[in-house]
Every structure is written in structure tokens, then in C-alpha cells.
Design a protein around this ligand. Sequence first.
Ligand SMILES: Nc1nc2c(c(=O)[nH]1)N[C@H]1C(S)=C(S)[C@@H](COP(=O)(O)OP(=O)(O)OC[C@H]3O[C@@H](n4cnc5c(=O)[nH]c(N)nc54)[C@H](O)[C@@H]3O)O[C@H]1N2
Ligand SMILES: Nc1nc2c(c(=O)[nH]1)N[C@H]1C(S)=C(S)[C@@H](COP(=O)(O)OP(=O)(O)OC[C@H]3O[C@@H](n4cnc5c(=O)[nH]c(N)nc54)[C@H](O)[C@@H]3O)O[C@H]1N2
Ligand SMILES: [Mo]
Length: 731
Amino acid sequence: MAKALGQMGVVKTARNLLTLNQNDGFDCMSCAWPDPQGRRHTAEFCENGAKAVSWEGVRDTVGPEFFARHSIADLAGQTDHWLEKQGRLTHPMVRRDGGTHYEPISWAEAFALTGEHLRGLAGPDEAIFYTSGRASNEAAFLYQLFARAFGTNNLPDCSNMCHESTSVGLRRTIGVGKGSVSLQDLHEADLIIVSGQNPGTNHPRMLTALEVAKRDGAKILAVNPLPEAGLRRFDNPQKARGLAGRGTPLADLMLPIRSNGDLALWQAVSLLLLQAEDAAPGTVLDRAFIESHTVGFDEWEKHIRDLDREAVLSATGLSWSQIEATAEMLAGSKRIVHCWAMGITQHHNAVATIKEMVNVALLQGMIGKPGAGLCPVRGHSNVQGDRTMGIWEKAPDSFLDAIRDEFGFEPPREHGFDAAEAVRALRDGRAKAFIALGGNFVAAMSDTEVTAAAVRGAEFTVQISTKLNRSHIDAGRTALILPTLGRTERDLTGGREQRVTVEDSMSAVHASRGRSAPAGPLLRSEVDILCGIAAATLGDRHDIEWAEFAGDYDRIRDRIGRVVPGCDDYAEKIRAGGFVMPHPPRDSRTFPTPEGKAVFTVSPLEVLTVPPGRLILQTLRSHDQFNTTIYGLDDRYRGIKSGRRVVFISAEDLTELGFADGDMVDLVSEWADGRDRRAERFRLVEYPTPKGCVAAYYPETNPLVPLDSQAAESGTPTSKWVVVRLIPAAG
Ligand SMILES: Nc1nc2c(c(=O)[nH]1)N[C@H]1C(S)=C(S)[C@@H](COP(=O)(O)OP(=O)(O)OC[C@H]3O[C@@H](n4cnc5c(=O)[nH]c(N)nc54)[C@H](O)[C@@H]3O)O[C@H]1N2
Ligand SMILES: Nc1nc2c(c(=O)[nH]1)N[C@H]1C(S)=C(S)[C@@H](COP(=O)(O)OP(=O)(O)OC[C@H]3O[C@@H](n4cnc5c(=O)[nH]c(N)nc54)[C@H](O)[C@@H]3O)O[C@H]1N2
Ligand SMILES: [Mo]
């Protein structure tokens, strides 16, 4: 509240926080955790949701005088924290080729300039259309439609850096790339596993669900190298005297796993479950489910029975008795929900790990029944919806056919660039224009120097943004900044009050409507901006009535209803309060894989080794940031004050490497290309993290993540696995 009052003022604060996640209010943009259906109470927001809302609602603005005062070179010297803190963008701005400053430009001219640049490319695949997961379903649908009408599938998004491994792993095994549970399932579970996730900071409202389950007797198992605060001690601001108010640890068992030990852990747990079933047949596995709903069991079982126990111990860093205790928890549970996030998805073998977690769920039939299922916890509030709407560089032919049938043009079929490939294409001159619907690509992507240079090399870039960030500084030779309305703001596009829609992590779709006065009179909605760009680029090619879409968002929803699977009668269902997207495995234990059943998959257990004297660095979030947006310099839950350049390191590593707590070091990352990547001046902080595994904040550490260090199959940058050495900092 104090933070909100300072930035927004009293009336706006009260109004915004009271309409956050309420029926007919706006959807909180801080994470993709679902809202409790039908029983939203006034305080359905969390500390970090309040920070996100007040960050958007700031009174400070960044307009033409600001840009006249600060050259781009001057802005380049400022920190990310400083850039965003300057306030909301209020005017369309352009940096003309060779210019030193951004200067104001009218909307009409900005659209015309975009059209000229895009039409001037040698081919449509020279353009890249990036999306960050805050875009509404309506904006996302129009954006992919525009890109495809223009002629390319180059639609990378933040998902490529986030839950792509989940989508790939789940699609292959259960036929749907989304989680299979509802909030109710969490409440009813008797075991909830939380792997590679820090919900206390990143999904605080999830703690409420964990608390409900726990009150009804559920057990919680946390798998994490770090003893994260929300898991260790429950501290619910909505219910200060709850369970945790008394200091009860939320997790019943915490496994301090080594980085990337998860694949080995779940293979070992599977082996123990198979052995428990041998000892007491008919008590542990769900044979009926395996028989009727899965394929591949026998081959997988054979593989697991051959497991190398020593490899498991070295990969996980856990004792065999800890793994036995874990298996016992699973064997004794009837309803298990497995949740996970970035600690699982941002690894070389992330997809294999996710498939292995699915194997464990299939073994016990923990899918498609109440209180059980798979729960990838998404990050950005509408990242799942954006993918549903076709923001996908590899959209299937069925989706493209539906576009063709509805709009009467043949969309391109060749797959487009994902985020990493987009950087390579810009770097190598295969792409020349980069348009971003939100986000901060330059700071969020791996290998910051490479990414920034690649984007600076572009002929033309457009950033549709709410706040100033690194991607406006490291931008193309001709660069546009187009300021847009945020979630909390009233959208009067076309002279009527408009709403948008979003989909949460549990596939629930509903409307979101802002109520605050916009940060400036020139701001336009994302839908309006995209329609302007599309019309200026395509004219009336394909007979798509862009202006009609901007006039009434129901016209977009009509089209979504006719194109997107599972969205029939979309506009009506939204008017009636929203709906849950169909999910065959969850709804009817039907698995739309090529085999028509859920698939047990075999993944070899590779133990990644680290050269002597080197450490594995994971890059994560502090309590005081939203991705590349830095709210403040503290990380209260980890005891850090006034500084983000810290490295969490074990006491043993400190001793072994000859350092002490408080020493200043440079981080040097090592990669197959032989080029050292360096991030300077970090303070060592002794911390309970497994030996050999260190942690530091993103985005400061993104210069260390090599562009080509990507997860197999999904291409996600391995933000949780970077080999580094520490060297004493100069001075
Ligand atoms: N306030 C706030 N909310 C947010 C965000 C934010 O920045 N701020 N970001 C949003 C977004 S886009 C996302 S994707 C989510 C991210 O939500 P999280 O996934 O919780 O985010 P991270 O901070 O990356 O935390 C990764 C966790 O995985 C653990 N971990 C690292 N390596 C391993 C491993 O090898 N195995 C296991 N088992 N664990 C490991 C880390 O110790 C850490 O607890 O949050 C969303 N919500
Ligand atoms: N090393 C490392 N790198 C990572 C990660 C990691 O854990 N470690 N995590 C990855 C993950 S999970 C993700 S999701 C990506 C995030 O990557 P992005 O989604 O690209 O980055 P954000 O920081 O969320 O974007 C912030 C910017 O979005 C703009 N913005 C905010 N609200 C709105 C809005 O309503 N509309 C529009 N148009 N713009 C808006 C503002 O200008 C703000 O500066 O980063 C990835 N990068
Ligand atoms: Mo994310």
C-alpha cells in the first residue's frame, strides 16, 4: 500500500486495488494464477500484484521534453531500474536513422512509416513479430492474423524463454500443451508437489490454495535447490493469523536438489514406486489406467528398472533415504497435483524432465480425476491465452486452415523463428525488422551483448510499450516507440467502453476491463495500434476490415469464435461471465496424441558434469521485480537489502574456492564457442544452496547465458544452467 500510495495517489490506489481480479474489474497482470470462481472477496490481490498495479498507475510521465533532454547515448548509461522508473510513455516517438534523440511523431505518420518499412523488405520473413505475455486475447489474435496476412510465421514470444519446454513435453505425452487441473483440484489434493518454483514471490496467490489444501490434510513436497521463503513459512497477508502466522512450515518435505537433478529424481522415485508395487501388488500403481489409457509402459519400465543409482545420487545431491521418503509420500497419496515453473523448464534437458514427471503421474493415474493432475504454473498473466490465439511460430496446419477458411487467404506454412532464432536471424542479416507487442526483448533474452547488437543492426524496430526500457535504447536504426494503454486503464477505442479477454494458467477465460483514466490523452489500445499498423501495411489486401475490429472488440471475438478451437460462441460466453477451455485429458481422459493414448516416454539419464573449479549458475527473480522491471533493490525473503548484484553461494564453495562472504567477484561464463562472457562486480552472499550451485538475479546475469545454450526440443535458453567461474573483481 505504501508503495502504491506514493506512486498513484490515494483515490486511484483505492479504486485500482478494489477492482483488481474482481468480476467486471481488470485481470491482475502480475501472474497467471487463476482467480477463485464465484467467491472473489475484496482483497483478491497480493503484495506483488499491488506493486504491478501501482507501477502501471504512476503519475510520472515520459514525453517529448524528456526525450529532448536525454539523448539515446545518455539513456544507454542508465540502469534498467532508472529507465522504467521515469514513468509512463505518453507520446509516439521516433528515432530517425542516424538520429541522436527520439522525437515526437504523429500516430498517422508512425503507422505510415511502419507500412513503408515492412513493404520495403525483400520478403515477409525478414520481419519478426515478438509478443510478451501481457497482450490480451484480442490483441494477440489480430497480431498473428496481421503477421500471417503479411506472409510470415515469425511469431516468437516470451513463452519461448519460459514454459515452451512444458508445452512441448505435455503435447508429446498427453496431447495438450497445457496444465490439467483447476483450482478446485488443488484444494482437494492430498499431495501437492512444487518443483522449481518460488510461489511466495512469483505466484503469491497460489499460497492461498496451498493453505486450503493443507488445512484439509494435504501434504506439500517442495523440490528446490533453495529453501524459498513462501514454501518454508507461510505468510499470507490476507490472513495474517493463518497457519503460517504461527510459523508452520508450508512444505512437509523440502528436497534441496542440485541444479538439474530433477530428471534423475523422478526416475528414482518411479523405480521405488515400481518396487513398492512388486512388494504389495495392486496398491501403488493404477494398472487399470495404464492398461486402458497409455502406451509405452513396458519399454519405459524396463528402462527405469535399469536405473544407475550412483548416477541418481550424483545428479540430485540427495541421499537415498530422502528419495525413499519422497516415494513413500507419493505411494501413500490418492490425489496428487504436480506444479512446476522455471526451475524445471529452463534447463538443457527440461523437456525430458517434464516427460518424466508425466510418467510418474501416469503410473498412478493422476490425471483426469478430481484432486489430481499436472499444473505448470505460467508466468505472464496472458501468456497461455496468447498461444491459444495463435501466437506461435509453429502453429499447426489445422489452425492455419481455419485462418484460411475464415479470412480467405493462404497463410504461410513454413515454421517461423522462435526467440533465439530471431536473434540469430537479425545478427546474420536474414531479418531486418523487429516489431514487439510489449515486453523487453533485449533485456529478457539470453546473451545480452549478442542480442542487443543484433537488434541494433535491424533497419527498423517498433516497440509497443507502457514504460521505457532497454529495448528502446538498443533499438533499430529507425526506431518507433508506440505508447499503449495498460490493463488498469479505461479503453474507449471507437467511442465505446471496450473490454478484452484473457486466459489464466488453468485455462479459464474471462473479461478484463480497466477503470482508471489513461496516463495520457494520446495513448491507444494495443488493438487500435495493431489495426493502424495492419491497415497501413496491407491496405485492403485480403479484405480484412481492420477499422471495424478497432470499433468494436466483439467483432474480433466473433472471429476468434470461428477460428480458435474450443472458443465457439466466444463473444456470448464472455458476456455470460467466461468459460473454461476444453482439455480432453482433464475432461474425459482422452489423449489427442498420434497414438490416441497418453504416452510413457523413455529419457536417458544424462548427468551433466561441471569442470573442476566451476559452478552452475541459475538466474532467478528477486521479490522486488517483475521480470526485467525492477521495482526496488531489496529481496526481503532472501535477506538482501539495497543491491541486486549478488551471488548466492554455499559455505563449502566459498571455502573451497578461497573466497569469503562479502567478497566482490566477476562472473565469467564458459561455453563451447570458447568465448568468455563476463558480468562484473557481484557480491558473494553465503547462502544455503547445494554445493556447486550458485544463484544470481536476472536480467543482470543475462549477458552470461550463451545464445546457443538452449533446451533440447523446446529451444528455451538454459537460464537455470550456466557454467561459470568466479574471479576476484578488480579494485
Ligand atoms: N512478482 C513477480 N511475479 C512474477 C514474475 C516476476 O518477475 N515477479 N515473473 C512471472 C513470470 S514471466 C514467470 S515465468 C514466473 C516465474 O516463476 P518462478 O519459476 O518461481 O521464477 P524464478 O525466480 O525463475 O524461480 C525459479 C525457481 O526454481 C528453482 N530452481 C532453479 N533451478 C532448479 C532446478 O534445477 N531444479 C529445481 N527443482 N528447482 C530449481 C529456483 O531456486 C527458484 O526457486 O513468475 C511470474 N510472476
Ligand atoms: N536469465 C534469465 N532470463 C530470462 C528469465 C530467467 O528466469 N532468467 N525468464 C524468462 C521469462 S520466464 C520471461 S516470460 C521473459 C520475459 O520477457 P518479456 O515479457 O519480454 O519482458 P518483461 O520484463 O515482462 O517486459 C516488460 C515491459 O513490458 C512493457 N509492458 C508492461 N505492461 C504492458 C502492457 O500492458 N502492454 C504493452 N504493450 N507493454 C507492456 C513495459 O514497457 C515493460 O518495460 O524473460 C525471460 N528471460
Ligand atoms: Mo515467464
